[in-house]
Design a protein. Structure first.
Length: 190
């Protein structure tokens, strides 16, 4: 059960904030709905409270999970399936899962493929959608500077100088001094 003000993720759509809980009658059926405001795209969504589990509505990740998302995005592992249709279906399943780590895998894989071979129009649309879903959740993480996240993602998405977005810097808002500073190994020359 979620409460007003909770930051949640709606799979395939992205992250937002529950603004209210309303009871509505739709097609003769009276139900309670979460009314969710999604800042990226500035839309409101009504989610039936009795379908939350089936839909996969979940809390936004915590700050401690950012490192794993960044490591996935910065890795150089690419989908090896040469069959466009199978690759597309596998990526769509990852996005539908609502798991941010799976969505990050899709973004990383498609960015690498775009850089090496280009993307079909279907995969280009999928990449844009996955980037929006990823960004919407990362911007909702509590205790993270929104500007640092936006800068990080812009650098990543624009492939600036072939480098990764943070290159061992202050992990884009991950100021946990207990953790080792990330250093990128430059195994792959451009």
């Amino acid at each position: 059960m979620f409460n007003i003000g909770d930051k949640v993720v709606y799979p395939m759509h992205g992250a937002g904030i529950i603004e209210s809980i309303e009871e509505k009658e739709i097609l003769g059926d009276r139900k309670k709905y979460y009314v969710m405001n999604m800042p990226v795209g500035d839309i409101k969504v009504m989610i039936p409270m009795d379908n939350v589990e089936r839909i996969g509505l979940r809390d936004v990740i915590g700050k401690g999970s950012l490192r794993e998302v960044f490591e996935i995005l910065e890795s150089v592992e690419e989908s090896t399936n040469p069959n466009w249709n199978r690759r597309y279906r596998a990526n769509m399943d990852k996005i539908k899962s609502g798991n941010i780590f799976k969505v990050a895998e899709v973004v990383r894989s498609l960015l690498l493929r775009e850089k090496k071979k280009g993307l079909s129009s279907g995969e280009r649309k999928m990449l844009e959608s996955a980037k929006q879903i990823l960004m919407s959740e990362l911007l909702m993480v509590k205790g993270v500077d929104r500007n640092e996240i936006v800068d990080y993602l812009e650098k990543l998405f624009n492939h600036q100088n072939g480098e990764t977005a943070c290159n061992g810097e202050d992990r884009c808002g991950d100021n946990n001094e207990d953790e080792e500073e990330y250093e990128e190994e430059d195994d792959d020359e451009n």
